[in-house]
Design a protein. Sequence first.
Length: 292
Amino acid sequence: MTIGVLGESLVDVLADTAAGTVERPGGSPFNVALTLARLDIRCRLFTAVGDDSRGDSLLAALSAEGVDVTLGATTSTAIARATLDGSGRATYEIDLAWDPRFSDDWPPLDVLHFGSLGAVVQPGADEVRRVADRYRGNALISYDPNWRDGFVAVDAARETFEANASRADVVKLSHDDAAAIYPNADLDEVAAAVLSLGPAFVVITKGEQGAAGWTANARKQVAAAPAEVVDTIGAGDAFMATVLSELAEMDRATVAALNSREIELVLSFAAFVAGKTCERAGADPPRIGDLF
């Protein structure tokens, strides 16, 4: 079983009053791939980094975890400057040049996950969609917008999101994503709108209020896992990766048929892994041996 992840890798630059400025590998797709590897899932990351020391550090971190990498070209390694508030919640200022060009060498995958900035920043977003379209029908397709203000015009947010979500079998949003893309809609309305685009399973995370999942015929909400929060960096990506690990051996029809109890089991485990990630500084998801 192999899960592919498609999107940007970058360096998180964190201002830490105790240690000074700290740089750590990051980017939502990078974090998803890292978490999958630590859950003992074989993973391939389709990404792009610059020919520079930061790019070298990202590739070394992936190699150390056993993640296979398919590289597209880009000019420099992206940087995200993160600021934490008093609750450990991060906001970002991101410098990203994104124009990967992947070769037409398509390794077999059971799942392909895409999203975040790589799916909206042009010209690379078109390349991301090309790769996703290549795997449609041959792999379960997953999408997480991981929305960031300023990268898509507000009046184009829904159109851009729906163009990507319509390619997916599984869509995960945060409550902030939902509010940005479907303002003034409640979460049941958001889930119904996304399901109408074609996905079989929609998940919306709600921070300390847990998460909920919807299929056409079932809905289930789960509580957040108890955690001593250091920060929330990478928690949503750890949640996403865990959902993928639980669905990876299912086809679209099986995912569409999930009942409320099965949704609960998937989301509860994902919340548990996300909670463990919150207890560690930066995007540092737990290894499978840390969970049991």
